[in-house]
Ligand binder design. Structure first.
Ligand code: MG
Length: 339
């Protein structure tokens, strides 16, 4: 069976400018793809390219043209397809994730089965998702916390000179569970100085305090930390897991980094073998990318799948997180529809 590939750049707007330690944006471009088989069945996927990992929408489109030359004749051979893409052209992980997502969606639709059922998972086991409060002036962050009233667990972006003021401002307006993501924004000294402060403010999880390559520093911060430390930018694919074992308490898996759903499942299994906590995250992306990542969530401890909830113009309906509880659609494949 031959497949046809369509790809379009989407312009996504966040409800607020989304600021993290390394910069700010309010327009995000992702690449929506459709794989269409000879019977007209469509699989949908999304690439959320990150400059931090060397990708842009344009590199995604170029990579997709290359991958389109080796689309599987049997879409159900999902392991083979991901391996073939990675062998043909390494890197371009978000482009490969889009293809993997679309193939899973297509195969699920042909089988009449949701992807999470193909994985043998119970959707009722999905954890609550955090909702992220991007960096802003303390007063604006307070307003965002008020807007996030329905979400019981918040993720706060830190990694600027205002970290203490931000934590104080947020604690003035909420007693909710807080997790912190510093997005590589601290030095070792700064991170170690922040640990007792984070504890005082009731922070329960600390994500990527240091530069991705400073693994010895991460080990030191983890040793001293009263809360679990999670590697995000330091752990891209399963091949990165052995070198972070013993240096962090857990890993944050994202499809745009992993390069596909099979690789994400492999990362979960390998992390579990090393007794690591497992988190699933996302980029700023639509319900297509978020719903794909959500298929793995019955297997994980914590998740941050607010990428679509942060958008002002998500064109799709898929997984939801009303009241923070992640819920998977029940339709075949990814169960997505157009809004
Ligand atoms: Mg992160």
């Amino acid at each position: 069976m031959s497949l046809r590939l369509n790809a379009d750049i989407l312009e996504l707007k966040t409800k607020h400018p989304f600021i993290i330690a390394r910069g700010s944006q309010d327009v995000y471009r992702t690449v929506a793809i459709r794989l269409v088989d000879e019977d007209g069945v469509e699989g949908w996927g999304e690439a959320a390219p990150q400059r931090f990992y060397g990708e842009t929408p344009e590199t995604v489109l170029a990579a997709l043209q290359t991958y389109a030359t080796v689309l599987p004749s049997d879409p159900a051979q999902l392991e083979d397809a991901e391996a073939r893409f990675a062998r043909l052209l390494t890197g371009n992980n978000s482009a490969r994730a889009a293809l993997s997502t679309a193939l899973h969606d297509l195969v699920g639709k042909r089988l009449g089965t949701p992807v999470h059922r193909m994985f043998g998972l119970d959707p009722a086991r999905c954890p609550i998702s955090t909702f992220t409060i991007g960096i802003d002036a303390p007063d604006k962050m307070k307003a965002k916390v008020a807007e996030a009233a329905q979400y019981p667990v918040l993720k706060i972006k830190l990694g600027t000179p205002d970290d203490l003021a931000v934590l104080k401002a947020i604690r003035e307006v909420t007693s909710k569970e807080l997790r912190v993501d510093a997005n590589c924004g601290w030095t070792r000294t700064q991170a170690i100085r922040m640990l007792p402060i984070l504890q005082e403010f009731g922070v329960t999880v600390l994500e990527q305090p240091l530069d991705p390559l400073d693994l010895d520093g991460l080990a030191e911060v983890t040793r001293r930390s009263p809360m679990p430390v999670i590697a995000d930018e330091s752990c891209i694919t399963s091949a990165d897991i052995p070198r972070v074992v013993g240096k962090v308490d857990g890993i944050n898996i994202k499809l745009a980094k992993a390069g596909g759903l099979r690789e994400a499942l492999r990362m979960i299994a390998i992390a579990r073998a090393h007794h690591l906590m497992v988190m699933v995250g996302c980029m700023i992306e639509t319900s297509v990318g978020v719903t794909a990542a959500a298929q793995c969530c019955p297997l994980v401890d914590i998740c941050d799948l607010d990428g679509a909830a942060l958008l002002a113009n998500d064109p799709y309906l898929g997984a939801t997180m009303d009241g923070g509880q992640l819920r998977l659609p029940e339709g075949p494949g990814l169960g997505l529809s157009r809004r």
